[in-house]
Design a protein around this ligand. Structure first.
Ligand SMILES: C[S@@+](CC[C@H](N)C(=O)[O-])C[C@H]1O[C@@H](n2cnc3c(N)ncnc32)[C@H](O)[C@@H]1O
Length: 376
């Protein structure tokens, strides 16, 4: 079998299998490669590039393909065309030119206006920048840059812990990774975590901690003093967070499991509570293009309700005068500004300073995030 046939075979096998299961694309690919050891690192790289491209452009490809549509037909079409060439073709509905589902595109336009929505969707179909966060508990940006400047042509990002790499590197095999000197994290996500203006000695609760991305970014500010609690409804993500905290040398963190009997005793105890809420993920669709095809209005409504419920539960843990920070990786008004208004009105909270928001309008821009700090 030639390399080309080998790769095409796996490309089509992956896409057909992916379509018939529920895992997100990145996790599905990880599993697939785990079971197909014959696929080497170069093949994996080429396969991932092509698969992500196919998924990004699925909406436009489906429009251009004859029916019945198959992944093979989409692939043949993708290698014949340049998707950018269709942007100005007004014969094709705008959401199809931008390869977005109609319902989601309408929400994006409603949130950003049509002009920005066009740029945003184009940026969301590009490859995201590769950014890491330096772990100041273990090293400095200067040191890490010195190691990486020549080898990877790494440069400084505009945030003080960010380093940008011009191309993908297998980070997880690097000695600096094993020593906990950095984590892969978008620059806007690093800035967002910085909204938590914690001081050493204070108590922080990361209520939707997942595998600990925000906690890891906040921990160095605490200088090992005070306590950082990580909570989530998914226990297995907390186990992953624990490994990352250990690698990063964070010693003042502990897990708060969802069924812990300790919970009630922690009400009104925290100086800072973070609610990095589950959301549409519209701000990070460059990294997870499959999310846009899984979007449904019904699920979106459920997410909005969930965000309100989670915020209410998390608020119980904030001490009087303490802060709660609401965060999303969404660019949609309903999940961001509207929720902020709802929280202010319902729980009689004040916001401190204006909200934080980023919006990728170009491929080099950081991801789209939103954050608002409230005082109880
Ligand atoms: C956006 S992710 C968090 C990402 C994480 N903070 C990070 O920086 O890597 C949202 C998280 O909310 C969690 N979640 C969903 N419903 C929840 C609930 N009712 N209480 C606490 N966490 C919840 C999910 O399991 C998920 O890990």
């Amino acid at each position: 079998m030639t390399k080309k046939i080998f790769r095409e075979h796996h490309l089509l096998a992956i896409l057909s299998e992916y379509e018939n299961q529920m895992l997100p694309l990145d996790r599905f690919l990880k599993e697939y490669f785990r079971f197909h050891k014959a696929i080497g690192s170069k093949d994996r790289k080429v396969l991932c590039e092509n698969i992500y491209s196919m998924v990004r452009w699925k909406g436009l490809l489906d429009y251009l393909c004859n029916k019945p549509i198959s992944w093979e037909a989409r692939y043949q079409k993708l290698i014949q065309i340049k998707p950018d060439h269709f942007f100005d073709n007004t014969q094709i509905p705008l959401h199809i030119r931008l390869s977005f589902p109609k319902e989601l595109f309408s929400l994006i336009v409603e949130s950003l206006g049509e002009e920005k929505a066009r740029f945003f969707c184009r940026a969301s179909n590009s490859i995201a920048p590769i950014t890491v966060r330096v772990n100041l508990l273990k090293t400095s940006r200067k040191n890490l840059l010195k190691t990486w400047e020549k080898e990877f042509a790494a440069t400084c990002g505009s945030f003080h812990t960010a380093i940008i790499l011009p191309k993908r590197v297998n980070f997880f095999t690097l000695p600096e990774f094993k020593m906990g000197h950095f984590e892969v994290q978008d620059e806007a996500s690093q800035r967002l975590a910085d909204l938590v203006a914690v001081e050493p000695g204070q108590l922080v609760l990361d209520f939707c901690a997942g595998s600990g991305g925000k906690s890891l970014a906040i921990a160095p500010k605490m200088q090992g003093k005070g306590q950082l609690f990580l909570h989530d409804i998914r226990k297995h993500t907390l186990i992953e967070a624990k490994k990352r905290l250990k690698r990063a040398g964070v010693q003042n963190a502990q897990l708060l499991l969802p069924d812990s009997s300790q919970k009630k005793s922690l009400y009104e105890k925290f100086d800072w509570v973070l609610v990095d809420a589950p959301c549409s993920g519209t701000g990070t669709m460059r990294r997870n293009p499959d999310m846009k095809w899984r979007f449904t209005s019904k699920m979106f409504q459920k997410t909005l309700e969930e965000q309100r419920l989670i915020f209410k539960q998390a608020l119980r843990f904030v001490k009087p005068g303490g802060h709660i920070v609401y965060m999303t990786c969404s660019v949609l008004r309903l999940e961001n500004q509207e929720q902020t208004q709802y929280f202010k009105k319902t729980f009689l909270l004040n916001t401190i300073s204006s909200s934080f928001s980023t919006l990728p309008l170009d491929s080099k821009d950081p991801d789209g995030f939103y954050g608002q700090v409230f005082v109880k």
